[in-house]
Design a protein around this ligand. Structure first.
Ligand code: SAM
Length: 261
């Protein structure tokens, strides 16, 4: 059986996404490495370098799952702090840094909290775990310097609502960055990618995580995701300016809030 969302009602889609991530939570990080051959790490590094985090920033990582992006942002800020350890102002700003990891699925967040403890970040006040829906965020307007969503937006029911919420919570000049698996247009590579996605990934899901259906769903959700140009125009329609995207192996988009830079 495969999960196809074309004919299911909206509430059924949310329910299925919930079931999929509850089921994959404990194997999620291992499967990410297995399925992408470790590439997701490079893509996330790229995302964080484009974000350009700074000590004292307020950042929201939506669909943050097991904390992978948030840990990178914090590491990046700590390395800035390390480089400027002579400056007492940095210590002060460091304390004020807030990275919110927001995810709809408590199982994914629980895996993230355990990982934080393993990394010695259990008591770290900069990291805040929040259960919440990307389509209806609990954060105030104009409060965030940055917003990231990595491999999350294709799972939501209404992409436009997510983009509107991102725009609402970002401060003027704040940055929105989305990392997502998209469409490959290069011939031959496209065929290889399709074969890998539709045959290899569900088989790996079964082999490594004992769960073919959830991984089948993940692959199908990529195919249904809008093409790069279309998604870029949706981001612009939400009010963002200077929208850009960059294709890595699977497709990545970046954009900024008005008056950035
Ligand atoms: N960002 C993480 C990463 O890159 O490793 C996790 C990505 S995982 C593929 C997708 C995440 O999106 C899951 O943790 C799932 O629970 C979350 N998610 C799905 N729908 C959501 C929604 N409406 N609001 C917030 N999170 C959602």
């Amino acid at each position: 059986t495969s999960f196809g969302f074309k004919h299911v009602r909206e509430e059924e889609k949310s329910q299925m996404v919930g079931d999929v991530f509850s089921s994959v939570a404990s194997n999620y990080d291992l499967m990410n490495d297995v399925m992408s051959g470790g590439l997701h790490r490079l893509w996330k590094d790229r995302l964080v370098s484009m974000l350009n985090p700074f000590p004292g920033m307020k950042h929201l990582d939506v669909a943050g799952g097991t904390g992978d992006v948030a840990f990178r942002i914090l590491d990046n800020i700590n390395s800035i702090k390390g480089r400027a350890s002579q400056d007492p102002l940095n210590d002060h700003l460091q304390e004020e840094t807030q990275i919110y990891v927001c995810d709809i699925n408590p199982n994914m967040l629980n895996v993230g909290k355990k990982r934080a403890i393993e990394r010695g970040l259990g008591e770290n006040k900069s990291l805040v775990w929040v259960e919440g829906d990307a389509e209806a965020l609990s954060f105030e307007d104009n409060t965030m310097d940055g917003y990231t969503i990595a491999f999350g937006i294709r799972n939501v029911t209404h992409i436009e609502k997510v983009l509107a919420e991102a725009y609402r919570v970002l401060k003027q000049g704040g940055r929105f960055l989305c990392l997502e698996l998209s469409h490959v247009e290069v011939p031959v590579f496209k065929e290889l990618y399709d074969y890998y996605s539709f045959s290899v990934i569900p088989a790996l899901g079964e082999l490594v995580a004992g769960d073919r259906e959830s991984y089948q769903y993940l692959v199908e959700s990529i195919r249904r995701f809008p093409l790069q140009e279309k998604f870029a125009s949706m981001i612009a329609d939400a009010g963002f300016q200077k929208v850009e995207y960059e294709n890595l192996v699977g497709g990545v988009k970046f954009c900024q809030h008005p008056d950035a830079l």
